[in-house]
Design a protein around this ligand. Structure first.
Ligand code: GLN
Length: 574
């Protein structure tokens, strides 16, 4: 039977519940327990697909095409597993299911009420995602006291009543401020969060105390006296250099063993974090250093800009850096600056490599195109992701193939050379204004060109890793589900997608004749070939992909494209 652990936030949001959940998951997995992680997002959006990344942080995409809050990405990065969209639920999905069921007569004449029907649907979803796992950790988004997470807390308590306390545990993640004028760490907000949670009938078993500094014994005792939680179960989680160190620190606090004991479980094997610790050490004390720029779009919200809109790109750089014992100094460059002042392009020479990530809409586009031209003509390593690849093709068409004014129809509907365009089915979707969940989403298998730079990278980096097996399994499933046909080649690469526009098949020949290599394509059931990777073999590193390889990069299992890019950055001979 599955055991459940709920992770709930107190005091303030944004203190790292996601990292805490992922870290505990990692520890329990290392103890030999088949563990899965589930994220509850209490907002009413059906999914994160229509949220603006510059406000909410990046949208995470799962293999099966879910558009989800970025915490799911943290889970995959720590657990090194592919997690499906059923491991995420929003209030919007829960309410829609209840109402749809009512409309289709699923409640058989009953009055449909908030209680029990909403918590019942929540529990149904939790159980579905937990099927076959020993332990499921469920992170409830938001903070205790928010109206919108009440139904989820109610559901947690109901599950506890149904299964018994030995099968359900609670962790409250709080924040302990150290006000400058007081100079002392304050426990009162944590005490109050515990009381607030108790009003829901939930007695937290562990308090994970986030703070700038480690928690001392005096603070632990204070919480113990005031709210009667044994100081042994009050876990110190101070700020640290890298989030990847959190599992190591929590394990030093004995959290894994304590949680297992609470759930009446014995370790199945020793918790061995040594490989992980080595990589964390590489992040903290790298032998080499490189400078990488990311040319993107950075929008301010009031006085702040959300740094999370390219979170996975940043993490993918860190993973490859850890593998190559290389520290990466990342500079975030605003693409618009190159339009305002083209002289700034020269500044790109100061970097060992440049990434142009995904994006939507017209802003910053010409700046990105000029940057790509500069990188191509100055032999500076370039990695293009999704929009980054589309714009690299626009640039190549304009400046190498002589197609003046070539563009993506996302930017110029009337361009003479629509090298990037809608395919017919996407046209219909947009004409009908159906924006949610209608892009090319999730994993697609690409058939790779023999001896291409890209294929070699995948073969080298994935050799001997769990990724090969995971991808082979996924591919078999896609064939069974009829998403793609069985292919007569072993040269297959699976990456995740989230975009509407494609390389226009009509221009592939001419681009190829002019020296651009298409190193992989996805052959759709209807026979259309969608271009997935490009490369310029004679360039130091000029590779781009229609996919988002950053979504499959993990610490200890990095993305081959990021790895190849960083390796090229390390070759300092210019
Ligand atoms: N805007 C482009 C498209 O929709 C690229 C999207 C992306 O970079 N994720 O095709």
């Amino acid at each position: 039977m599955t055991k459940y652990i709920f992770v709930i936030g107190g005091v303030i949001s944004g203190v790292g519940k996601g990292v805490a959940t992922a870290s505990l998951g990692k520890i329990l997995k290392e103890y030999g327990y088949n563990t899965t992680l589930i994220k509850v997002d209490p907002y009413l959006n059906y999914d994160a697909g229509t949220l603006r990344p510059t406000e909410h942080g990046e949208v995470w995409v799962t293999d099966d095409g879910g558009e989800i809050d970025l915490d799911l990405g943290t889970y995959e990065r720590f657990l090194n597993t592919d997690i499906n969209k059923k491991n995420n639920m929003t209030s919007g999905q829960v309410y829609k299911s209840v109402i749809d069921r009512e409309r289709s007569g699923g409640y058989l004449g009953k009055t449909v009420q908030f209680i029990p029907h909403v918590p019942e649907e929540i529990i149904r979803r939790i159980k579905l995602a937990s099927e076959g796992f020993d332990i499921a950790i469920i992170e409830i988004g938001g903070t205790v006291g928010d109206y919108e997470n009440e139904p989820f807390l109610f559901a947690a308590k109901s599950l506890e009543c149904e299964l018994g306390t030995e099968n359900v545990a609670y962790i409250l993640v709080t924040y302990l401020p150290i006000p400058k004028h007081v100079g002392e760490m304050k426990t009162k907000p944590t005490q109050q969060a515990i009381k607030l949670l108790r009003q829901e009938g939930i007695f937290p078993d562990f308090i994970l105390c986030r703070a700038e500094q480690p928690l001392d014994e005096a603070r632990k005792s204070k919480i113990d006296f005031n709210v009667h939680i044994s100081s042994e179960n009050i876990i110190s989680a101070p700020d640290i250099e890298t989030a990847y160190e959190v599992p190591v620190n929590l394990q030093l606090e004995g959290l894994g063993q304590k949680v297992l004991k609470r759930l009446k479980l014995q370790p199945k094997k020793e918790c061995d974090l040594s490989d992980w610790i080595k990589l964390v050490d590489n992040i903290k004390n790298p032998k080499n250093k490189v400078k990488v720029a990311v040319v993107g779009k950075y929008i301010k919200l009031g006085d702040y800009s959300v740094p999370d809109s390219y979170l996975s790109v940043k993490e993918a750089i860190v993973h490859s850096g850890a593998q190559l014992e290389t520290g990466v100094e990342i500079t975030w460059l605003n693409a618009d600056d190159f339009v305002k002042d083209p002289k700034k392009l020269k500044e790109l020479s100061a970097f060992d490599g440049v990434i142009v990530p995904g994006g939507f809409g017209t802003s910053g586009v010409e700046g990105k195109i000029s940057a790509i031209e500069y990188l191509r003509t100055h032999n500076i390593p370039f990695l293009g992701l999704c929009y980054g690849m589309q714009l690299a093709i626009v640039e190549y068409a304009r400046h190498v193939c002589g197609m003046q004014g070539a563009n993506s129809t996302e930017i110029d509907k009337n361009t003479k050379y629509p090298v990037i365009d809608f395919l017919p089915e996407q046209k219909a979707v947009v004409e009908n204004e159906q924006y949610g969940g209608t892009m090319r989403l999730g994993v697609c298998p690409a058939i790779m060109k023999d001896n291409s730079v890209v294929l070699k990278l995948y073969q080298d980096v994935y050799a001997g890793t769990s990724r090969l097996e995971a991808d082979a399994d996924r591919f078999e499933k896609l064939v069974k589900e009829g998403v793609c046909r069985k292919l007569d080649t072993k040269n297959i690469v699976l990456e995740r997608h989230r975009h509407r526009y494609e390389v226009n098949p009509e221009f592939v020949d001419i681009l190829e004749k002019n020296g651009l290599v298409f190193s992989g394509y996805y052959s759709r059931q209807d026979g259309t070939n969608l271009m997935e990777f490009i490369e310029l073999p004679d360039h130091k590193f000029f590779v781009a992909t229609q996919s988002h390889p950053e979504f499959k990069s993990r610490l200890g299992n990095p993305s081959p494209l990021f790895y190849g890019f960083l390796k090229a950055c390390l070759k300092k001979d210019k």
